[in-house]
Design a protein around this ligand. Structure first.
Ligand code: FES
Length: 136
């Protein structure tokens, strides 16, 4: 694919950079994220939530005052189902129904104990009349 001189110098430079980056723990993303349909926009009004299954994940998609967010539906403290918890639209947090940690829907970070590790977040967007989720 690359060419830079007859001896493939650019290919060798690219391979060296790639090998060095991997050696420093930098991961290359070789695949595009999957985009999956969540539901029509009309089915997720402000204050609404929906749980989507994708591969081994359950993902909670929330409408917080018109902004859409998606987080893994599994608490980082003890695997509780986050999407079932109370949604605070003023702060865009969800409370784990098992032990009460509050999670920021924007970042997945816990705001209160006992959880102290962030849960995974996923990009959400609207295309036409459909809410879509990026997963990889
Ligand atoms: S399982 Fe969520 S705070 Fe314990």
């Amino acid at each position: 694919m690359f060419s830079w001189g007859s001896d493939g110098l650019l290919d060798r430079v690219a391979a060296t950079i790639r090998t060095s980056a991997i050696g420093f723990g930098i991961a290359f993303k070789d695949r595009m994220p999957d985009v999956i349909d969540v539901c029509p926009v009309s089915e997720l009004p402000p204050g609404g939530r929906k749980v989507i299954e994708w591969e081994d994940y359950e993902i909670g998609v929330f409408n917080c005052n018109g902004e859409l967010f998606a987080i893994e539906d599994r608490c980082s403290h003890d695997d509780g189902p986050l999407a079932e918890g109370p949604l605070d639209q003023a702060n865009c947090t969800v409370e784990c129904p098992r032990h009460g940690s509050l999670f920021d829907l924007r970042t997945g970070a816990p705001k209160t104990l006992p959880a102290y590790v962030a849960v995974e977040t996923f990009p959400v967007r609207v295309e036409g009349d459909t809410i879509k989720l990026e997963v990889e």
